[in-house]
Design a protein around this ligand. Structure first.
Ligand code: C5P
Length: 324
């Protein structure tokens, strides 16, 4: 069973990083209703901040939106899009750890939300990973990697990667993870269209368009070859994102956005996850400011850089409890 560490902080604050998918291939639907996928996940610097405080009972969450777009942002747009109450992944994660380890008391969370929602940037998954980690720290639990990853997967397909962070090949539902090394860190500009896409709908469309599974074997061979050498972000991006082929009525907007990012000086535009955010690489030595100034369009723009971690502990305070 799980051992306790000596120190149990009363409060912890963590940064929870967004992710980008450096290419994404989708395979056939499995017996459990999920689809196998092959992708390379990359943690990036844009992060939410979660503070968790131990309380005597109950679970509560307050969300504050902070607009960090370089231009065109409006955090109010996202305000209604973070599920409140019991469905929020932060509260589900906290309840899961409490139930799994029969923990006493409750937790009060405050979340500063900066990652755009329903973007394909894994914001909700990052928050869930942070909540898991926070509760584990608040109770000084020693939890094996396998136990943590199993809880993460119960919360969502992208949550295991959010716990791991860095650069990783993702297979299976996304939980089959293998850490990779980037040939070079990169900066990217992310553009956020007003339209949003439901992940479940995107997978459903893929299933209904099943005739395009031919390239899947090629992607599998490619995935098997990864890990020996460092990976280059542009080379991964050139492999495409299956969900771009399934955009339907939004395809024209997507093509226009890619063309405008390219015209502004950013390279290899690609959708992340099932969208709708589109990102493009800032050429080395290039200026984000110049790209932002040259960009023609209303979409909010964000600057991100690749990071080696998904979760960062900011502070861990008021250690009020010490076990023998
Ligand atoms: O796991 P998560 O809750 O993030 O997935 C949301 C939905 O996306 C699932 O209910 C499923 O319909 C779809 N999905 C899938 N295959 C995956 C991941 C997600 O079909 N690998």
């Amino acid at each position: 069973m799980t051992a306790r560490r000596r120190v149990r902080p009363r409060r912890v604050t963590l940064d929870a990083c967004a992710k980008l998918n450096l290419g994404l291939a989708v395979g056939p639907r499995r017996a459990d209703g999920y689809h196998d996928l092959i992708t390379v996940f990359q943690s990036v610097s844009l992060a939410d901040t979660l503070t968790a405080t131990r309380t005597t009972r109950g679970f509560a969450l307050t969300v504050r939106h902070e607009d960090v777009a370089l231009r065109g942002g409006d955090a109010r747009r996202d305000r209604g899009r973070v599920p409140a109450g019991r469905d929020n992944l932060v509260l589900r994660a906290a309840r899961l750890v409490h139930e799994r380890f029969a923990l006493p008391g409750g937790v009060r969370f405050t979340l500063v939300k900066r990652i755009p929602t329903q973007a394909g940037m894994g914001g909700g998954s990052a928050d869930a990973a942070a909540a898991l980690d926070a509760v584990i720290r608040l109770h000084g639990l020693r939890v094996s990697r396998a136990e943590r990853m199993a809880m993460a997967l119960e919360l969502g397909s992208d949550v295991p990667f959010a716990c791991l962070g860095g650069t990783a090949l993702g297979q299976g539902r996304g939980e089959g993870l293998k850490s990779l090394r980037l040939a070079a860190p990169f900066r990217a500009v992310v553009a956020m269209p007003v339209w949003r896409i439901s992940t479940a709908d995107a997978f459903r469309r893929h299933h209904l368009n099943g005739n395009s599974l031919t390239p899947w074997e090629g992607h599998r061979r490619f995935a098997a070859s990864l890990g020996r050498r460092r990976v280059s972000a542009p080379a991964l991006l050139r492999r495409g994102n299956r969900f771009e082929e399934l955009l339907g009525q939004h395809r024209r907007d997507f093509d226009s956005l890619c063309a405008r990012l390219h015209a502004a000086g950013a390279r290899h535009p690609r959708m992340t996850g099932s969208g709708s955010a589109v990102f493009a690489i800032v050429p080395s030595g290039g200026s984000v400011r110049e790209i932002v100034d040259r960009f023609v369009g209303e979409e909010p723009l964000y600057e991100v850089r690749s990071t080696a971690k998904g979760l960062r502990l900011r502070s861990s305070g008021r250690h009020d409890d010490v076990h023998g």
